[in-house]
Design a protein around this ligand. Structure first.
Ligand SMILES: [Zn+2]
Length: 497
């Protein structure tokens, strides 16, 4: 029998769920079908809804209720709910209500300004908003821990326990392998023929490919729908309704293919939460790094494998008979794995991807410690891209304005992509001990693979900590060497180094 205290906490969680559901619907709508000049009314609505949600979780009566629940007998799940609610209370109540709601309104306007700035490739249109966002993040970090550097506070918010010291060590370890590898590929690697990828790929056929890929991944279309947006993303309402988006380019089929697999990986995670966690605060991915580990694992370790491409080959050649005439699965595999330093993070190959993350990490560090002014950000961006990737940035749209994250207020999120990528490599090494992954992929049989992930990670939501889940899936402590070893092995083979 559930105690009265626990029942009251369940009621609160249901209310929080309902507000989050509404906020997510608004967000999904904004990014897919809402008209471009609708942000101001949306900002007003979001400000009101967010402040009600804030008052539910920052309720001064909540700590006593949580204390009472801790003194009563609870199941393991109830104990985890109490701990998560306490964490939410501690974090939310530190920010004054007005500032909390005002920030939601600010980021709504900032996203709109960013869209216009990107379309015009003019950073100055976005700069005033980013200045306010950076100032807010620097100021409010002190509410959490006045003795900590602001950027350390925010890194920890996205990935518990993460700090600049850890990121520096992690990125140094990656850089030491990736930079020489890129150089070696550039010097010795014969160019991989991939001109065929530049052809024209009718959107209708690409849409059929998206559906086929989702089916292959085991994504149930009765619970997950694919829409279109400028930037692919995933929104979860609950485990019975997850939305993913993609973007179609007629001259680039790989962009949609790998967006669908990436967002599909996020969706699979959300679709496989245990039923018992529904409508509680434990539903949802355990951390940003873990969420990205699942999407990047699907996109790269599964989706960019030869086995997967072989299994997809009958569909690909049926949908694109002229574009793929005379092309073999092996040639396609090499083409979608070509390593080439480029401008856009989301389109980057596996070798150079984390260098894009490092560019953002270095700049965020400097924005947050005050050593870089927002107005100087484009020049600093271009210099970092030159230093780490050796590329010249032609304009702001292909540079500092390419990602939506800063407009959303997310400073400290980017390292999650690199961490998630490295987590995923270690999970794959562990999975390979239990399953013949290549044979399963080639047979188009994803079920044992997704079952393996569901059993170790997906079902638990936030019930276990990211560290516990990583141990569940990897059998040991996190070690980035699994990732760098994977890159070296894969790319030495592709480029016959
Ligand atoms: Zn993602």
């Amino acid at each position: 029998m559930m105690t009265e205290t626990m029942q009251a906490l369940r009621d609160l969680q249901k209310k929080l769920y309902a507000f989050q559901f509404a906020l997510n619907v608004i967000d999904f709508d904004a990014q897919t079908v809402a008209p471009s000049e609708s942000y101001s009314g949306r900002g007003e609505a979001l400000e009101v809804l967010s402040s009600i949600k804030y008052s539910l979780i920052a309720d001064p009566a909540l700590p006593a209720l949580l204390e009472k629940a801790r003194g009563e007998e609870r199941t393991e799940q109830e104990a985890a709910e109490v701990a998560e609610l306490q964490r939410m209370y501690d974090e939310t109540s530190k920010i004054p209500a007005q500032e909390y709601a005002a920030f939601v309104k600010l980021t709504t306007a900032a996203v709109n300004a960013w869209e216009k700035a990107k379309a015009a490739s003019d950073f100055s249109l976005f700069a005033p908003y980013l200045e306010q966002i950076v100032a807010y993040r620097r100021r409010t970090a002190a509410y959490f821990d006045a003795n900590k550097a602001p950027y350390d506070v925010w890194l920890d918010q996205y990935e518990k326990g993460l700090s600049m010291a850890q990121c520096d060590a992690f990125f140094d370890q990656l850089k030491a392998v990736i930079q020489p590898l890129v150089k070696e590929i550039g010097q010795r690697g014969a160019k991989i023929p991939c001109d065929f990828l530049k052809g024209t790929w009718p959107i209708e056929a690409q849409k059929m490919l998206s559906a086929a890929v989702m089916k292959l991944m085991g994504i149930d279309e009765r619970h997950c729908v694919l829409s279109e947006s400028e930037h692919p993303f995933t929104t979860e309402f609950y485990k019975g309704d997850v939305r993913i988006t993609t973007h179609y380019h007629e001259d680039d089929m790989a962009s949609n293919l790998y967006s669908v697999i990436h967002e599909g990986g996020h969706a699979l995670y959300e679709l496989h939460m245990a039923d018992r966690l529904q409508y509680t605060c434990l539903s949802g991915g355990a951390s940003m790094g873990l969420h990205e580990s699942q999407s990047r694992l699907c996109e790269n370790y599964l989706g960019r494998s030869l086995g997967f491409i072989k299994s997809l080959w009958p569909t690909l050649t049926e949908l694109f008979p002229t574009q793929l005439a005379g092309v073999t699965p092996e040639a396609f595999y090499k083409a979608v794995n070509q390593c080439q330093p480029s401008l856009i993070r989301t389109e980057a190959d596996e070798v150079t991807y984390c260098l894009h993350v490092m560019v953002r990490y270095e700049l965020e560090k400097r924005l947050m410690d005050g050593s870089l002014a927002v107005k100087d950000l484009p020049a600093a961006w271009n210099a970092q891209m030159k230093e780490l990737l050796g590329v010249d940035v032609p304009d702001d749209a292909h540079g500092v304005l390419q990602d939506i994250h800063w407009a959303c207020g997310d400073l400290g999120y980017f390292p999650s992509y690199a961490l998630g990528t490295a987590y995923g490599a270690q999970m794959m090494a562990s999975m390979r001990k239990d399953l013949d992954v290549d044979a399963l992929l080639e047979a188009g049989n994803w079920a044992p693979i997704t079952g393996w992930l569901e059993e170790r990670i997906w079902q638990y939501g936030k019930e276990k900590t990211p560290a516990q889940l990583l141990k569940n899936a990897c059998g040991g402590e996190f070690d980035p060497k699994f990732y760098t070893d994977y890159l070296v092995e894969k790319y030495f083979a592709i480029y016959e180094l």
